[in-house]
Design a protein around this ligand. Sequence first.
Ligand code: XIL
Length: 373
Amino acid sequence: MRLVWQVSVQSQLLIPSARANKFWHSPSREKIFSSSGEASLKQRAAAKGITYGAATNAFTLKTKPDFTAKFIQECGVLVPEMELKWESLRPSPDKFFFDDGDWLAEFARTNNMRFRGHTLVWNQGLPKWFKETINPQNAENFFLEHIKTVTKHYAGKVNSWDVVNEAIAPYEGRKDYLRKTAWLEFLGSDYIELAFRTAAEADPKALLVYNEGFLEHDLRSHDITRETTLKLLQNLKSKGVPIGALGIQGHLTGHVDLYNSQKLRSFLSDVANLGLKIIITEMDVRDQELPLDTNIRDGIVASYYEKFLSIVLDEKAVIEVSTWGLSDKSTWLTSFAGRPDGMPVRPLPLDENLQPKQAWNAIAKAFDSAPTR
Ligand code: XIL
């Protein structure tokens, strides 16, 4: 029997089914996703007026020369995976630590890359002292001081800032679907607006981004996140808040049936019609539940990239795409969404030996087919 897999939309778990699916079965074991030419992802993207890049960290770039060479070859934008989060920048309540972030900014500059700031306001990635230190009396001061100091420090070096990350959580019980965070509790829902206004004042030139996950799939929770995000963006724009773009994380999962191109397209065009740019900020594909066979698995992962990018790149407001990592050797999914069989995950364009996979081919092909900006 040809074993193919199908997703249960409720649980997001993959369950076996005998349904044929062209993406999922490759009897000849040949690569389904091929690409031609020698051009790198950054060159293919640039040919269409798009910037391609990836998240990484200073430690890897300093210690793995082969990886670093590939990163320079493939990437036109660098996203610090950790270095600009509170937990890295704030060793104690009264200190800022910029060394690693500065090193990355300089690395990006010398290698002709754009540099993304990730992220000023998030409910995760906080230092240990945060919870016991922040209270209703000092919250506003900490919030403003952090945003001002960090954006000022990187003014002229960061091209785009994820000012607020993941402020929406459909199932936490609030009617407005806002995530219950310390900032929401202490500053009220206007904390989002305040963050953008403060960042713009300190660095008027950076593109200011609202970054959100759970926007990609045809699931109820994603419907709610899309609707809530759109309302939030409309509200910010109507008040003249200095926001320039929406970041769509693009952590892909599930099954091809979870891609509803109509819903995604209309969401993208609604965002674009507000005069906003769109950045795909953290793309990867979770392969936790996929068949172990490397060739089959790589083909399925590639098919998710292909499906998603063929939709989003059609929208000309999408100007930049980053994957959350470049090589399978270093990906947050190893610990966050490891495989039950204990085998390594394969979510990124390059394998653990820095060789291009079908995912790389699918991304290359998507850039080649994208309309020019
Ligand atoms: C992740 C990093 O990759 C991990 O190393 C870290 O332990 C947790 O954060 N959405 C985001 C990113 O906005 O900042 C997260 O990065 C992945 C999910």
